[in-house]
Design a protein around this ligand. Structure first.
Ligand code: TXA
Ligand code: MG
Length: 346
């Protein structure tokens, strides 16, 4: 707390009191805002799912203020976790590890593992420290919708719900943390690791950190639905439909025509995520343009999607896919978001 201004200190203390009295508080992180509750308040944890309209099968990340705190909630802390937490925390890496009984099934959706992350935001680190208990928090958006990267986004998302906001300014990173699972192997002391969700930190960076510290670990590239229940076909969807265009030659009229035909075949929801289809044929298209610098593109992705969605002059957003971007790790994470946010890829 000592490095905070008096205003920041008072905002943190206020947020801490609200959390301790069972209210949900949206917290700033370097990635996106989270919708938080203390991990020992079952009613408040349930409220997170209900407020987000999130199914109970999708587990929550537990936010800690230090590596030492993370260790209290796992049944095992392998060398890989020690190295990666020291290398990347505070920062955009979530480490999934076998949980102990201080973590409820509500948080992990019945899974035997818990996702732990130490976020790089001074206000939220001070808040967790003040609460003296970690905070469970998914991204502060309705289930399946675009994640919030500013306090205004959260206010807009939950304007009809009882959610307080700790305003920590716009998020630096702009896309969610990389989720990495670490699993023990029954007949060996070597642990396996898999990326459950790509993010700002790449597989290559993770592997380099492990190699630099001589940590033997086995990479398992494929993951099962059971291991990653939050992996839906659609996610991050803006209020106006987004279409990804593979063919750069298509004109806006052609895009509109193809969309108006194909949309008729789509169901109203896919894997529980509502597909909001326009009531009439689309006419006015807006192009989503992102910086060619992937760090800037990630930072502005969600706010751009929100801005274009709010503009009453457009009824469809389109994005021209640049396949060269697939060579770059951070672009791959951005395109994963865009692909899931898109109603169609044509
Ligand atoms: O950057 C982030 O990670 C943000 C900020 C707020 O920390 N949080 C976030 O939470 O993106 P959420 O709930 O929107 O996404 C977390 C993802 C989900 O797909 C969930 O299924 C997965 O992490 N997850 C959480 N705990 C898990 C576990 N024990 N095993 C497997 N996957 C898990
Ligand atoms: Mg989310």
């Amino acid at each position: 707390m000592d490095d905070l201004t008096p205003e920041q200190k008072s905002a943190v203390v206020n947020a801490s009191k609200l959390l301790q009295s069972g209210h949900l508080v949206a917290i700033p992180t370097e990635t996106v805002y989270g919708l938080a509750a203390p991990i020992n308040n079952q009613d408040a944890l349930k409220k997170i799912f209900l407020t987000k309209e999130r199914p109970f099968f999708d587990p929550l990340i537990v936010h800690v203020c230090s590596t030492e705190e993370a260790k209290k909630y796992v049944s095992d802390w392998p060398l890989a976790a020690e190295v990666l937490s020291h290398h990347f925390w505070p920062g955009p890496l979530t480490i999934v590890l076998p949980k102990n009984n201080l973590i409820s099934d509500l948080i992990t959706s019945g899974l035997p593992s818990v996702g732990l992350r130490c976020p790089a935001h001074t206000l939220t680190l001070a808040l967790i420290e003040d609460c003296k208990i970690p905070l469970a928090a998914p991204s502060a958006n309705k289930f399946g919708k675009t994640s919030p990267t500013s306090a205004d986004h959260v206010a807009e998302e939950f304007k009809n719900e009882d959610v307080s906001i700790l305003d920590g300014g716009p998020c630096e990173v702009g896309i969610e943390s990389t989720v990495l699972s670490l699993k023990p192997n029954p007949n060996s002391s070597i642990w396996s690791y898999s990326i459950l969700r790509p993010g700002f930190i790449s597989l290559k960076q993770i592997q380099e950190a492990l190699t630099a510290h001589n940590v033997a670990a086995h990479h398992e590239p494929s993951i099962s639905k059971q291991e990653s229940p939050g992996h839906m076909k659609h996610h991050y969807m803006p209020k106006k439909p987004l279409v990804i265009i593979k063919d750069k030659q298509l004109s806006t009229d052609q895009i509109a025509n193809i969309f108006n035909q194909k949309i008729l075949d789509l169901p109203d929801s896919i894997e529980g995520v509502k597909i909001e289809k326009p009531k009439k044929n689309v006419l006015h298209l807006a192009e989503l343009k992102l910086s060619s610098d992937p760090t800037l593109a990630a930072r502005t992705l969600y706010s751009e999607l929100r801005l274009l969605s709010e503009n009453p002059n457009h009824d469809l957003i389109y994005y021209f896919l640049n396949t060269e971007q697939l060579q770059h790790d951070l672009w791959t994470s951005i395109l994963e978001r865009l692909t899931k946010a898109a109603i169609l890829i044509i």
